[in-house]
Design a protein around this ligand. Structure first.
Ligand code: ZN
Length: 312
């Protein structure tokens, strides 16, 4: 399924349509929202508006304010918070170091999209989330950018290994995504030493009931080389993540400890932690209005999820 994502002008239009019947406060600036939601589909934007309206209604406000849209954006980007899911101290600690690993790599590699937020509040099916925002509308990706993506994906697992001396299943989704991406880089984007060739295009016809092996348009010898190139991309990312986190141990520990204490950090707070500067006191347990809720575990236990929605 290929649905081109709307660009900033498209998002502006879509948001205007969806907010037409909703009373907006004067502080709501649709053009700011449109600029801050690259990568959102039309459905995501509809969802964003709905959620914001619900938040306002829940607080008995007559108008939807900009803060409603900001919270709603987090929810659409990172999944719904599941405060009912109680993590053990050990799980929290692992999640904090895992996410701190992704976060620190994002801040240290040259071609990453800027960090949006990192949280260890379970959301959707995930235990923790590191979210970033594409700076602009991205239509093509460079090899450098994709190599950095691989490094970011490896950051979680590497942090677990370096700082907790353990490996958990929490990295499964990162590993799967990284392997897929590396394979695309070799087989579709022609970015490996095998050259600008496409391999395995015919596999899309598998659903016709044909055998995978007969559909392969390359030799056994090439198959082995493809596997080697895929492994090379992933392992290079892994090694880069190891170098970055290994030489920034204090910063990583500061981010993980702050996550354990505050549960959510925004990009600015992460920057302060990396620089070793103190975090400002939180006047409001913000940045989201939801966090003012009492942190009482609900009686219904959630299904523990281990997957992550995005490669981070
Ligand atoms: Zn991860």
């Amino acid at each position: 399924m290929v649905v081109p994502l709307p660009d900033v002008g498209g998002r502006d239009g879509i948001l205007k349509v969806h907010t037409k019947k909703i009373p907006l406060s004067e502080d709501v600036d649709i053009s700011v929202l449109a600029r801050g939601t690259p990568g959102f589909s039309g459905a995501d934007l509809a969802n964003l508006v709905n959620e914001a309206a619900l938040l306002a209604a829940r607080q008995n406000r007559k108008h939807v304010i900009m803060a409603d849209f900001e919270s709603s954006k987090d929810k659409v980007m990172m999944g719904k918070e599941r405060r009912s899911m109680v993590l053990s101290e050990e799980e929290k600690r692992i999640t904090a170091f895992h996410e701190a690993g992704h976060t620190l790599v994002i801040c240290k590699v040259p071609n990453a999209d800027p960090l949006h937020k990192v949280t260890i509040i379970p959301r959707g099916m995930t235990l923790g989330v590191t979210a970033w925002l594409p700076e602009g509308d991205r239509h093509t990706s460079s090899k450098d950018y994709l190599e950095d993506r691989l490094t970011i994906a490896m950051g979680g697992r590497v942090a677990e290994e370096l700082f907790l001396n353990s490996m958990t299943t929490g990295a499964a989704n990162d590993i799967e995504k990284a392997t897929e991406l590396a394979r695309d880089m070799v087989c579709e984007y022609g970015m490996s030493d095998l050259g600008p060739l496409a391999f395995g295009k015919n596999q899309q016809e598998i659903f016709l009931g044909r055998d995978l092996a007969t559909q392969r348009d390359f030799s056994e010898d090439t198959a082995i080389k493809i596997d080697q190139e895929v492994k090379k991309f992933v392992m290079t990312g892994y090694q880069r993540a190891k170098d970055i986190l290994g030489s920034n141990r204090e910063a990583l520990t500061r981010i993980a400890e702050a996550l354990l204490e505050r549960e959510v950090l925004d990009a600015n707070e992460v920057k302060l932690l990396i620089e070793g500067r103190p975090l400002p006191e939180r006047v409001l347990p913000s940045p989201q209005p939801q966090t003012t809720q009492v942190l009482k575990p609900q009686p219904t236990p959630g299904v523990p999820g281990r997957e992550r929605p995005q490669p981070a």
